[in-house]
Design a protein. Sequence first.
Length: 533
Amino acid sequence: MKKTKKTSLNKKVLNSIVLFALVLVITTGALVCIQYYFSQKQQYSEQAFDFARTAASVIDGDRVLGYVETEEKDEYYYEILDFLNATQYETNLKYYYVFVPYENDLVYVWDAVNVEGACDLGHHEAYMSEKSKADTFEIFRQNPPEKISIQKDKKYGHIASAYSPIFNSSGDPVAVVGVDLSIPGFRKTIVMYMLLVLAAIFTITIIALAVFYSSVEKNIIKPIGILTKSAGEMIDNLERDREVDIDIHTGDEIENLADAIKKMDGDLHEYIRELSAVTAEKERIGTELNVAKRIQESMLPSIFPPFPERREFELYASMIPAKQVGGDFYDFFMVDETHIALVMADVSGKGVPAALFMAISKVLLKTSMQSGRGPSETLERVNNQLLEGNDTGLFVTVWIAVIDITTGKGIAANAGHMHPVLRRKDGEYELIKYRHSPALSTIEDIPFREHEFELRPGDSLFVYTDGVTEATNAEEELFGEDRLVETLNRNSEVRTAEILPVVKAAIDEFVGDAPQFDDITMMIFNYEGLGEA
């Protein structure tokens, strides 16, 4: 991704102020100058029309057409001419005249003689254009609109022209008074006025924006710079255990922001101190849990094959712990020369209490069995022992069996544990389901059922904890007993030593990236009998 070039806030503000000043000056100047132009035009328009209306009101409209027809001048004619000459002489009028418009041309009646090229009575002049002709006849309308036109004359510069009709006694228009008013230096005046206005607006704008920028710099830009610098120093200050120093007193939201940053910095220091203490405590607890986990794992038999001198059976077991210290355990031991005890158990709960409960349960079960008690008697005794002072409410499910390795006959008891899986030689694995007894440390003085069974050479017995069947994938599906039996049957020809890794691989494939929440504990016992000795 292309990195965007950063611009400082100070530069952005300056650029914005300059652009705003230019737009303001140009826009305001243009509006003022346009207004001035139209006001000047209106002023000259009113002045020119005053002259036109004055002449139109003075001249007797009933006599005008007679002068055009006879072209004879009388005393009244010269009175009007003197009036026009005098008015023109005393004012800025350059042309002051009266004419009668006809279809093809116009005929002059009076024309002030104070200028060169004045037209005498009866002088014919062609219309300059069809538009000029149309505009002239438009003046003959009753109460015509007064339209001023400003044009540049080669001799006199800018001239404002105005026209007013002369009416006879019947109210009919008979002639037109024309006025050409000189506007000396019209464009120059407009330009000078525009320059003065722009200069004034520019000066006022620059002063106002300078004051504005000074205020923005003092109350916004500099405080933000201080906040930015302080924010950048916060990490270093945390490492040095030093709080940021922010001295901002703008009396607005920026000061509130500065106070918030100072409070956040103080809260961060307090949080870091608390986090350090918590982290240290967690590290201490984590270390203790790791030690407890190693102790727990060390209590389980881990050398396989465990009895290499015995040819009557093969035995392998494994416990893959979850992240927490758990309560799963297995055990096996020779009760005497011809009997082996198998134990698979799962303590409820997690953590150190479950691990301690597991260790006690394991020792009590083994001690009781080695004292000569059978499975049911052992469970009854250990059950009552675990209930003594058990305020935590922990309990343990146990599958326990004693097998005569000379005959394959065995006795098993199940205290709330998972169903074992049995495979006869050349057959398939299948669940051995029967009614369970309650888990240990739940009800005092209860009897536990025993179940007799017999293994023949080549038979295999698979026992496990619920961490196997309750392994869960990302879709919240359980591995389950059916998949377990299917996996075992799919690998029924696998050597005994390889069965547990195969089952674990199947669980891993099913679970995928989902985390392991429970210990996965398994044991496989393959009976060979004396014939294999």
